[in-house]
Design a protein around this ligand. Structure first.
Ligand SMILES: Cc1ncc(C[n+]2csc(CCOP(=O)(O)OP(=O)(O)O)c2C)c(N)n1
Ligand SMILES: [Mg+2]
Length: 864
């Protein structure tokens, strides 16, 4: 079958064409495919040399990549697998319809899983390896990313496996209503945060699953190459939607996967040709488009287009009319064929020309109706998965052709509206039962009874034994991992704690600390420094030489700066993940490392340092997903603040990241002003994550402004972690007794302005107190929890007089603690609302009104 996708130009000399064709066929027949490939390569070389202007088409014919003769023998019991698949389909459907009968507002999806059911089942029966444990030599499991709105199917299978009860299924999407004991609520989509023993990977936001799966696969290589954990026998499987491939995140790391030769990665793209509103590519063919895209990116592409019952049709189609017609059919039309019955397809598909009509002659309308697409044929799916699993040197994508709403009959199969269909009437339910030969009475079908075969039935025994062979059930999220000891602060951070007024930026201090931590015997190897092409910006170039940049091929060139102490060094056991200019990639990488404690049973500690503006603002949804996945690690928003990053202007100056960070429940966000504060925060974070094994991650903003770093008194440490402490009292000269008349709060780089303001006020005869606020969000959270007047911030503010707060962020950040300011104290906030722009720090701080003189003015006004 050699029909090209685009029609060939007119054949001007058919006799000559025939001669060439015969010669080529004779070559294949006598010398074999290897020689034929050589000859084609040679022709391509010649054509290029002659500037013929031709290059090979990335598309292959619209048929299965695995030829019938290359299909392995199906290693299972097809009839039983089909029965199990049908039962899972039924329970998934019943779960969604029941939930919506009870509460019409709950939503849920039937059609997506209906199209993906066989793709999932094949994986469950033959491929997805579960984790056996965390011991030496034990398989730690494949990673499986499930299409989010197919979650009902995963629950339905877990029900047969005995992992979820009927009561649980009855609480699909009712996590609050579920009583807890005896019935747990089932989350809408895979959410490790909500079902921490079940789901491993959050995929609900389209595109995040795909990119995350790539970086998880790459991180497994990193662990293997760095001799931390042998992941070579494990795979990453991801089932995603064809519509989902439109997301930029889905596509953005394809070349990375190919460049890194991630043959531990298999994507199954469920090409049901539809997304939510309508066809994915009504006027084209999504499978062809994806084939070109993935092949061009360097992936191994396996097309799984047609089921076994098409094999005979293709074999009998001696003129190639069938393939030609299929290739002339766009997806919008193919969807219509899916939505119609056998009669319609006989008339309108096979009726298109006499050759096709002849092919269909021996089939009844019913048989035509039941002609399966590849993604619904367990034998073909198995063949494709097996080809993917044994492929070496490239990641594989399986483009599986399916019908959306498969088996939902006139109620939903191939219908434009099927995505959101969650009601089926009695006739539809009976039809569905008949379609899948379910052993249900009419009464059971129409009452949506869940069905589970007897424990000793062949179906249940088959299901159990196949999972046993594959190491147990999944998805299953584990958390057991070793405690990683954290060195004492004074072993690596004395320079920051007792800075003695030395000038440096908090970024410099952080990098110096990181460099020491990397050398720690116990912790060092677990640290994963991650950058998105900004290591030099943050003064980290020394780490290139010290720990190296991870590269799966080492370094195949002599770096230009080879003699330098800062030389650019790539190595197989390099430790830094240098992700290039891809914040989406870097955060996916961070997520993989930050969840290693769970996914691999090996705690790692990632520090991803980036321009703070390109974090929560740019990849906020990915950070939200990492939070859902219960990430443990550090995000370091460097060059932070709207005025501190002087010249960079509007798109670089961050005034909001702390606002967003505050909305993520398991993110602790800090804006330390001084190196000592930062050191205490990093130490506490490491202990919380690695020793106490809490599911939290830290966001710490760092600045590039050099200023004198004071010592941090030991008694201030607790306050630093709570969010603030008393930094100093500033009194007019000679006055040693008078109580402060006002309190100034400052955080991050603006604390230095606050201190300058305090000195000016003192010089003007006004005693004032300065508090260093290290975390507005921790203060606000504490305020919400604590009894009135008892919150940390209320206690810090127990004096009298007005309170002025200034930060390098929008005013909403310091406003977040207003409710906890003691009654009777006036509270004024200064911040950097508005667009940034480029100028000197002094000019910017004056412009936004957060410099010392504006703080003084605000203080005097408040006192007046
Ligand atoms: C980022 C994001 N945007 C939109 C949605 C809403 N949404 C959920 S499923 C879906 C359609 C998915 O189509 P496809 O990927 O083809 O999967 P199918 O259901 O067809 O298998 C949409 C738009 C989402 N979950 N995430
Ligand atoms: Mg789709």
């Amino acid at each position: 079958m050699t029909q090209p996708t685009e029609p060939l130009p007119i054949d001007s000399d058919p006799i000559e064409t025939a001669e060439w064709r015969d010669a080529f066929l004779a070559l294949v027949a006598t010398e074999g495919p290897e020689r034929a490939r050589f000859m084609l390569q040679e022709m391509v070389r010649l054509a290029r040399a002659q500037r013929v202007g031709w290059h090979p088409d990335l598309n292959t014919p619209y048929v299965n990549t695995v030829a019938v003769q290359d299909q392995p023998i199906f290693p299972g019991d097809l009839a039983i697998e089909e029965r199990v698949a049908s039962i899972v389909r039924w329970n998934a459907l019943a779960m969604v319809v029941r939930a919506n009968q009870a509460y019409g507002e709950l939503g849920g999806h039937i059609a997506s899983y209906a199209s993906a059911a066989d793709l999932f089942e094949s994986g469950f029966n033959h491929f997805f390896r579960a984790r056996e444990g965390v011991g030496e030599g034990q398989h730690r499991g494949d990673l499986v990313f499930f299409q989010p709105h197919s979650a009902p199917g995963v629950y339905a299978r877990a029900y047969l496996e005995g992992r979820l009860s009927e009561q649980d299924l009855m609480h699909y999407r009712q996590e609050l209503t579920a009583p807890g004991a005896g019935a747990q609520g089932l989350s809408s989509y895979p959410h490790p945060y909500l079902m921490p023993d079940f789901w491993q990977f959050p995929t609900g936001s389209m595109g995040i699953g795909p990119i995350s799966s790539i970086y998880h696969a790459r991180f497994m290589r990193y662990l293997t190459h760095r001799n931390l954990l042998d992941c070579s026998a494990r795979k990453v499987w991801g089932v995603f939607g064809d519509g989902e491939m439109d997301e930029p995140e889905s596509m953005s790391a394809l070349t990375l996967a190919a460049r890194e030769k991630l043959d531990n990665l298999v994507w199954v793209v469920n090409c049901n040709l539809q997304r939510l509103d309508g066809p994915v590519r009504g006027n084209g063919r999504i499978i062809d488009e994806l084939e070109r895209l993935f092949a061009g990116a360097g992936w191994n592409v396996v097309k799984l287009v047609w089921g076994s019952d098409w094999d005979g049709l293709f074999a009998r189609d001696l003129t190639g009319a069938l393939v030609r017609t299929l290739e002339g059919t766009v997806d919008g039309q193919m969807q219509t064929f899916a939505a119609k019955d056998g009669r319609f397809n006989r008339d309108n598909f096979f009726g298109q020309n006499p050759e096709l009509a002849a092919l269909a002659q021996g089939m009844t309308d019913e048989q035509i109706d039941r002609l399966k697409r590849g993604g619904h044929d367990l034998v073909k799916i198995h063949a494709a998965y097996a080809a993917a699993a044994r492929h070496r040197g490239q990641p594989t994508v399986i483009l599986a052709h399916t019908k959306k709403g498969y088996g939902m009959g006139t109620a939903g199969q191939g219908k434009m509206t099927t995505h959101s269909q969650k009601k089926l009437d009695e006739t539809d339910l009976i039809e569905f039962r008949n379609r899948f030969n379910l052993p249900l009475s009419d009464e059971q079908a129409t009452s949506l009874a869940f069905f589970k075969p007897a424990e000793d039935s062949p179906e249940m025994r088959y299901l159990r034994s196949h999972r046993q062979t594959l190491g147990g059930y999944l998805p299953r999220r584990e958390t057991a991992c070793d405690v990683v000891p954290v060195p004492d602060l004074d072993r690596y951070a004395s320079f920051a704690l007792q800075a003695g007024g030395k000038e440096m930026s908090t970024t410099t201090a952080f990098v110096r600390m990181l460099s020491s931590l990397l050398k720690d015997k116990a912790l060092g190897a677990r640290v994963v420094p991650i950058v998105a092409d900004e290591a030099r910006t943050f003064g980290m170039a020394n780490l290139f030489k010290q720990v190296g940049i991870y590269s799966s091929v080492g370094q195949r060139y002599a770096p230009e700066d080879i003699g330098s102490v800062l030389s650019y060094r790539e190595a197989l056991d390099g430790q830094i993940l240098e992700e290039g200019i891809s914040e989406a990639g870097a955060i996916a990488s961070w997520t993989a490392a930050a969840t290693s404690y769970s996914v691999h049973g090996l705690a790692m500690l990632p520090f991803y340092i980036y321009y703070s503006m390109f974090g929560f603002q740019r990849v906020g949804d990915a950070i939200w997903a990492a939070a859902d996945q219960r990430a443990r690690g550090f995000l370091l928003g460097a060059t932070s603040g709207r005025t501190t990053l002087g010249g960079e202007g509007l798109q670089h100056q961050d005034g909001t990241s702390h606002l967003v960070a505050a909305t993520i429940p398991n993110c602790k966000a800090y804006d330390p002003a001084f190196a000592g504060e930062m050191a205490v925060i990093v130490d506490a974070g490491m202990r919380e994550m690695l020793v106490e094994q809490q599911d939290v991650f830290y966001y710490v903003t760092l600045m590039n402004e050099n200023y004198a770093q004071p010592d941090l008194p030991p008694e201030a440490q607790a306050g630093v972690l709570h969010g603030g402490y008393r930094f100093g009292l500033y009194r007019p000269e000679g006055d040693t007794a008078s109580a402060p008349r006002l309190t100034l709060l400052g955080s991050g780089a603006i604390l230095t302005e606050v201190i300058a303001a305090a000195r000016q006020l003192a010089a003007q005869g006004i005693a004032c107190e300065v508090l260093s606020i290290t975390s507005w969000s921790e203060l606000a959270r504490n305020g919400l929890k604590a009894a009135r007047g008892q919150s940390h911030i209320a206690q810090l503010l127990h004096g009298s007089g007005p309170v002025i707060a200034a930060t390098d962020y929008v005013r909403a950040v310091p406003e977040s603690v207003r409710a906890f300011v003691p009654e009777g104290r006036r509270y004024a906030t200064l911040g950097t609302d508005g667009f940034g722009r480029s100028d000197t720090r002094a000019a910017l701080r004056s412009f936004f009104g957060v410099d010392a003189s504006h703080i003084v003015a605000a203080a005097r006004e408040a006192l007046a």
